[in-house]
Design a protein around this ligand. Structure first.
Ligand code: NDP
Ligand code: MG
Length: 384
């Protein structure tokens, strides 16, 4: 029995993770559940799964959650610090990091410091602090099991390959809903249109990041830290059908790919059960139904956020942290109708020039960078 802390249990990844737990009650137990502000869903989940502890990050809902769960043997906590504490509980074997954005960094660090195995969904952690996270994982002998579908695919392609050298990673991207749009059309995209992803049903932030290809840029940086390849060895491949979840090319020219229907429960479950595979309900991939798969080069002119990610990792230091913070603020501003779709890349690029650059940042430096960048980006957005 694996005892799992699900950070961000009320989100898209969190709810699908609970579905995996629901299907395998003899294998997995949800020991900790945490949410941001969605007290109603957290309470519902706690009643169904009866974890040891729940945390609601937004302290305003503490009383509500306490009252609703008073009849159950569940400890209730509130606030960010409590999330960092509960992941360290002895009863936790594995931590699923499914909080969205920079907000997921602190609890991920706390889990590593407690030596917990990570099922990593929060890619922003590696984007912002990849070097520090790698060092911490080595120091505390922590394994990272990727949950992002592309990185899970790469992980699966590398199974049993030992030290065999990788020549390239082929990181697939659906291309999002606007793959065929002209620059002019992209300027006029609305939040409602951008929130409709063709293949995946995800949280709002990552859905917008998928439409701009910022998400693919983040995933390139994530792959860089997870698999120790150079950025130029990571080829983004636009593959609108989302069947090949990514592939690895070895030095002999062999390309190993992982395929399946787009269903996040698969990589979540694999991270939970690794190295075993368990059954999973739902439709399966039938090759005869596919007819054709398409693969194209990404267009960095129409999707400049991807180029910004390559620029950020080339510059190194705190630049990916600046990219992430400016990107998060712009993403939200776009969803609120404050800026246009192409302004996300435009403003992020400007802020990457403006924010203070630190070549070898500490964790504290990264928190300061995040705060400074958010402020600068907020000021830049205000006049729009
Ligand atoms: P959602 O927005 O759907 O869910 C986010 C979760 O984090 C919710 O439980 C939310 O709580 C909680 N949360 C938000 N802000 C805070 C905060 N400040 N403190 C504590 N908890 C907070 O996001 P997704 O599930 O889509 O994504 C989660 C992570 O997984 C992201 O990093 C994303 O990049 C990554 N990922 C997601 C994929 C997907 O298919 N969705 C695929 C690959 C990676 P509440 O509900 O109360 O607001
Ligand atoms: Mg992904």
């Amino acid at each position: 029995m694996k005892h799992i802390a699900i950070l961000g249990s009320t989100g898209s990844i969190g709810t699908q993770a609970l579905d995996v737990v629901r299907q395998h009650p003899d294998q997995f137990e949800a020991t900790v559940l945490t949410a941001g502000s969605n007290a109603d869903l957290l309470i519902k989940q706690a009643i169904e799964f009866v974890p040891n502890a729940v945390v609601i990050a937004n302290e305003a809902y503490y009383e509500t959650v306490c009252e609703a769960l008073a009849h159950l043997p569940i400890k209730v906590y509130a606030g960010d610090d409590a999330i960092c504490q509960v992941v360290q509980m002895d009863s936790v074997d594995l931590v699923l990091t499914a909080i969205v954005g920079f907000a997921g960094l602190r609890s991920t660090v706390a889990a590593i410091q407690a030596g917990k195995t990570l099922a990593l969904a929060n890619k922003e952690t590696l984007v912002v602090a990849g070097s520090i996270i790698r060092q911490l994982c080595q120091q505390h002998k922590v394994s990272v099991l990727p949950v992002d579908s592309e990185h899970s695919a790469i992980f699966q392609c590398l199974n049993g390959e030992g030290d065999n050298a990788i020549s390239r990673i082929l990181l697939t991207a659906s291309g999002g809903p606007f793959n065929r749009y002209t620059l002019e059309q992209l300027e006029r995209v609305t939040p409602q249109e951008a929130l409709r992803h063709p293949n995946w049903n995800m949280g709002a932030k990552i859905t917008i990041d998928s439409a701009t290809l910022m998400n693919k840029g983040f995933e390139m940086i994530e792959a860089y830290w997870l698999y120790q390849v150079q950025p130029e060895q990571i080829q983004v491949v636009v593959h609108p059908e989302s069947i090949v979840h990514s592939a690895v090319e070895f030095i002999d020219g062999t390309v190993m790919a992982q395929m399946g229907l787009p269903d996040m429960r698969l990589p979540i479950q694999y991270a939970f059960s690794y190295p075993r595979r368990l059954s999973l309900s739902g439709p399966k991939l039938h090759l005869f139904d596919l007819h054709t798969l398409h693969f194209e080069r990404p267009d960095m002119q129409r999707f400049p956020c991807l180029q910004l990610a390559y620029d950020a990792i080339a510059k190194g230091g705190n630049m990916p942290c600046i990219l992430n913070a400016a990107g998060e603020v712009c993403n939200q501003a776009f969803r609120q109708g404050l800026i246009g779709f192409m302004d996300i890349a435009r403003i992020t690029a400007q802020i990457m020039q403006q924010a203070s650059y630190i070549p070898s940042p500490t964790l504290d430096d990264l928190f300061a960078t995040d705060a400074e960048t958010r402020q600068l980006t907020g000021l830049r957005i205000a006049p729009f």
